[in-house]
Write a protein that binds this ligand. Structure first.
Ligand SMILES: [Zn+2]
Length: 253
């Protein structure tokens, strides 16, 4: 079996059936279809999630599932073109994917999340499945190491410690992966006034942000993007290695 065959969409059922006997683990990239400023495409988070999951798949040998693009995007829902599904619908879809894959002997699905807005729904699904028997379990990898990566490689100030959107990080990551989709001449820097009600109320971002960028996208480079992605991929692999070791302990291997 060659490496290419760990890409689910390119496998046939016989390859899958054989492969899963040795490797009952899958990677599921989760992105979004939402505005990313005037300079990045809607699919920015899908592209980042797919890239990270593919790198992890190549190093782990886990089965790489197709990305989920239609996900919760509550805060940005009013920007033209953003597609939002509810947390409940998305969480249920994750659960059904896990239950279905469990019937084909997948035991764990590592969810590679590049969209912060999907984190909560992924956790809802993870918790729900944790209480069920005979299903695959989720291990959520939500931009592992992002804070460290931004501290280390970003030169601009982060607008808010909990958010990173169409900023130096995401623009740099896109320059590293798909520079052809980035319009740097349209990149802007925007630091909206902080609203103390953001958090207590889920304020829609178009109410305080004009461009859709929060932070400084103008200082992004492909080099920074590559360095940040590499760091996050390493962090993801470390979490996976730790999790895999606990499985071996449980099995008494
Ligand atoms: Zn994004």
């Amino acid at each position: 079996m060659n490496r290419k065959s760990t890409i689910y969409a390119e496998m046939n059922w016989q390859d899958f059936q054989d492969y899963v006997k040795q490797t009952p683990f899958a990677l599921l990239p989760v992105g979004a279809l939402e505005q990313h400023g005037p300079h990045l495409p809607f699919s920015t988070d899908v592209i980042i999630a797919e890239y990270m999951a593919k790198q992890i798949a190549e190093r782990s040998g886990f089965i790489l599932l197709p990305a989920l693009a239609y996900t919760p995007s509550f805060s940005l829902r009013k920007f033209p073109g953003t597609i939002r599904v509810s947390d409940e619908t998305f969480a249920e879809q994750l659960c059904e994917i896990a239950r279905s894959l469990a019937t084909h002997h997948i035991q764990f699905i590592y969810v590679v999340i590049a969209h912060i807005g999907a984190k909560q729904a992924c956790q809802m699904a993870e918790r729900k499945l944790l209480l069920e028997e005979h299903t695959a379990k989720l291990v959520n990898l939500a931009l592992p190491g992002l804070d460290e990566a931004m501290q280390k490689y970003c030169t601009s100030k982060r607008w808010h410690p909990a958010f990173a959107h169409a900023d130096e990080y995401e623009t740099s990551a896109m320059l590293a992966i798909r520079a052809d989709l980035v319009s740097m001449e349209k990149a802007v820097s925007e630091y909206p006034q902080k609203n103390p009600l953001m958090g207590p109320i889920s304020v829609a971002w178009d109410e305080f942000c004009d461009s859709g960028v929060i932070g400084d996208a103008t200082v992004a480079t492909a080099e920074k993007g590559k360095a940040m992605l590499d760091l996050m991929i390493e962090k993801g692999l470390q979490i996976i290695a730790y999790h895999q070791a606990t499985l071996k302990d449980e099995a008494g291997v």
